[in-house]
Unconditional design. Structure first.
Length: 470
């Protein structure tokens, strides 16, 4: 047991952290003396070779999609900045598109962080900086002016600080049970447009179920369900449209039922006993390789289709967990199994996590984690938001991040004391976000030039899909 500190002692720790890192120093963007192409190439090592061009193609769409796929660059740069020394498991990739709505095991719709591939122990402010940088980049993409973007960032950071101050008064148990339901957000929306958007999100979530996925992704033949190939995004690993090559047929259905049965059994051992019992009521029908996201393209990711005794589906996503870019640039003690790292980070940071969340090991020393493929999961189209909606969304992201950090770290008192009641930290992050948006545009230009010159290969989904048309 760690010796308990008084509240006064904890506040002192937070204030003293200002000596280590003055709040005004957070305006610096860090060590940008690097070649972004070299770092991205290194980050692609070990991915499915045929899918790396698709990763580049998705990143090439805009400076914002480039930012989404290049977490390694910002982690590298942040390693050259001062930090508060207040560390705990952070999200590691907390940009705007990695927040969203989903259903808790109790079927309540909540808003929270929803991607933890880069989760690792690190300074809490790295998450806030990734959020504000994404706000600046998305704001520019939407045509917002510099002052308006500054307002977005001020809103997010002030909300984070105010909610952290509120959470510093919570008991440990009350904080552990704190969730942000979509209904709660709707009631806290400051504009009618914001309330209407949340109502639309709630309605959309109700349509995103396992049953809806089944009708879109699979067909039934002779009592068995088969996932339909739609390359390059979805294909059977051992089938004619596979992009994995003959050496990777380990992930087809028969292989999983045979030599990989132990890997699935190891996954179920990471679940609670009641969830293991529930899994026992399903039978595996099919497995396909599924390409997801932007930064994750090229990692091994499978969709598993299970059917219960009444013919109802359950889709699980099996996703490769690689080393976190945060851990690469902020060395700290962590889990050796990368799937376990992701799962523990998600359980700590989220208010309520997927009941099927677990991990296992696969061939070639790869680590994996499991979660439901779709369980009323929804996200917003940030690029299409008006300035009013984007500012409201920034506020909710700041609130959700404060809740996640307060729970995961148990350091709400220290962080609140560090931030204080002034605006110096928010002002510094406005400076940081504008400067990092400039850096991102420069990196994007370098990346696009590398793609055009042939130094990197970039292909769109449409280009690759055309390869399979007859």
């Amino acid at each position: 047991m760690v010796e308990a500190q008084t509240l006064a002692d904890r506040k002192t720790v937070g204030r003293q952290a200002r000596t280590r890192a003055k709040r005004s120093q957070h305006g610096a963007i860090g060590n940008t003396a690097r070649d972004p192409v070299d770092l991205l190439r290194a980050n692609s090592a070990g991915r499915v070779e045929a899918l790396v061009p698709l990763r580049h193609g998705r990143m090439a769409v805009s400076p914002f999609t480039f930012f989404r796929g290049s977490a390694v660059l910002q982690a590298h740069d942040l390693a050259g900045t001062v930090d508060s020394g207040i560390v705990f498991p952070i999200c590691g990739d907390a940009h705007l598109m990695n927040f969203g709505g989903f259903a808790t095991p109790e079927r309540q719709l909540v808003f929270d962080l929803n991607d933890f591939d880069e989760a690792a122990t690190g300074p809490w402010e790295w998450d806030v900086k990734r959020l504000v940088a994404s706000l600046a980049i998305a704001g520019r993409h939407a045509g917002a002016g510099k002052a308006t973007i500054g307002d977005f960032i001020q809103t997010a950071v002030h909300e984070y600080a105010e909610r952290m101050r509120e959470y510093s008064t919570y008991s440990s148990l009350d904080l552990w049970h704190e969730i942000l339901s979509l209904e709660r957000l709707r009631d806290n929306a400051l504009t009618e447009d914001g309330s209407k958007l949340i109502d639309k999100i709630i309605a959309k979530a109700g349509t995103r179920t396992h049953d809806s996925v089944l009708s879109k992704m699979a067909v039934q033949r002779d009592g068995a369900w088969t996932i339909q190939d739609a390359p390059p995004a979805l294909f059977h690993p051992g089938g004619p449209t596979s992009l994995l090559g003959p050496a990777s047929n380990w992930s087809n259905t028969k292989a999983w039922q045979g030599k990989l049965a132990k890997a699935f059994e190891a996954y179920t051992e990471t679940l609670a006993a009641d969830q293991r019992s529930l899994m026992g009521q399903y039978r595996l029908h099919d497995i396909a390789f599924k390409v997801v996201g932007v930064g994750s393209v090229g990692t091994f990711c499978l969709a598993m289709l299970f059917i219960d005794g009444r013919g109802k589906p359950l889709f699980l996503q099996v996703k490769e967990a690689r080393n976190s870019v945060i851990a690469d640039y902020y060395p700290a003690h962590g889990e050796e199994h990368q799937g376990q790292r992701v799962v523990i980070g998600q359980r700590l940071l989220q208010g309520a996590s997927d009941a099927f969340l677990g991990w296992t090991s696969g061939p070639a020393g790869r680590n994996f984690y499991f979660r439901q493929l779709r369980d009323m999961k929804v996200s917003v189209e940030v690029e299409r938001m008006s300035n009013t909606l984007l500012q409201g969304y920034a506020r909710f992201c700041g609130w959700a991040m404060a809740r996640a950090h307060a729970k995961a770290g148990g350091k709400a008192v220290e962080i609140s004391a560090y931030l204080g009641r002034g605006g110096s930290f928010a002002d510094a992050l406005v400076k940081y976000a504008h400067a990092y948006a400039d850096q991102n545009e420069a990196d994007y230009a370098t990346f696009i030039q590398a793609c055009r010159s042939g130094k990197l290969e970039a292909r769109s989904d449409e280009d690759m899909a055309a390869d399979f048309r007859i």
